[in-house]
Design a protein around this ligand. Sequence first.
Ligand code: IDP
Ligand code: MG
Length: 152
Amino acid sequence: MTTVHEPEATLVLIKPDGVRRNLIGEVLARIERKGYKVTGLKMVVADRALLEEHYEEHVDRPFFGALCDFMASGPTVAVRVEGNRVIEGFRSLAGETNPTTARPGTIRGDFGRDWGTAAVENIVHGSDSTLSAERELRIWFGGGDDAPESEA
Ligand code: IDP
Ligand code: MG
């Protein structure tokens, strides 16, 4: 059988709100039940420099400062996830950015809501393209996107 999509890897973050609300297991379970493979996992309190690099595309947005403060407000769980079309597949599991209207059945739709905060708290991050995935995996895990965490 011809394979039409090469396996790829994405960066998933369980953001500080997800960790505070004890949703680490819930998010990992959804990834695993979908059939994707967890191939890297670590908990970190992200520093400002790392967050500014991770969210560099949003540097000019009015919510940038609040977003970095929120992301530095507690531990984040960084997860390397592998599978065919996993970048698109995890974004679908996560649901849309705004948790108020994210579809029920998605992570953000089932567990997120508006808390009136300056930065939207929506439980998870997922890379949005192969380029972002490679860049973000390097930022959070170091090395190339194939490097195991122990070699980072
Ligand atoms: P994404 O996480 O669905 O890819 P992005 O537009 O890349 O969404 O935004 C990155 C993160 O910044 C979001 O997940 C959310 O936490 C936060 N965010 C996005 N838009 C806003 C906004 O308008 N106000 C406050 N925070 C926002
Ligand atoms: Mg994004």
